[in-house]
Design a protein around this ligand. Sequence first.
Ligand code: AMP
Length: 212
Amino acid sequence: MIIRLINYIKSIFTGSDKKDSMTNLILFGPPGSGKGTQAKNLMEKYNLLHISTGDLFRYEIGNNTPLGIKAKEYMNQGKLVPDEITIGMLENKINANPDVAGYLLDGFPRTIPQCEALDVFMKSKDQTITGLIALNVEDEELVKRLLKRGETSGRPDDSNEEVIRKRIAVYEEETSPVFGYYKEQNKSHTVDGVGSLEEIFTRLSTAIDSLL
Ligand code: AMP
């Protein structure tokens, strides 16, 4: 009883109870699988801060910052931005937003070194990754969706089929091992990413609820 009381008082000062109960999710899947679209609804439902590394890079590009200028070279070719740049940017974003119920990561981690860096970073904050949910969509459907998005998104990497196919190949080679990394920790789950937005949202919510 006394120990519980001491721990409770400690938690008031350290905030450790809040951190233990944070929900940190990775929304995973190839380009065009619908991560960004679904993340917008999921962040509202679960009250999470949505962090898309692609959006952060596009913001930097829009402001013509040194980071944006560097990232653009890689993005326009459909390649991944180097890990050291990406990891630093993600950590800055999390450090700048400590008072949230959790994070919904979209487009990060995309390599095994990014997973390892994320684990170390989370541990340093007394936090963990709650789970990874992957959206499963066939390659030809991805190409179709991205070309369609390119008609209105204004994204150079969406309007060129060669770049789109390169991004899918990079996903298969460099990013798909991320699923196995979290599967080893029993944290990876897959959801069918084809159907109406509502159907996919329901599937994602069911998968997330099973983690909480
Ligand atoms: P997205 O908006 O997630 O499709 O990302 C667009 C582009 O940003 C990718 O094709 C990469 O060039 C870059 N990018 C976004 N997230 C990452 C990441 N975690 N690691 C490396 N590059 C990334």
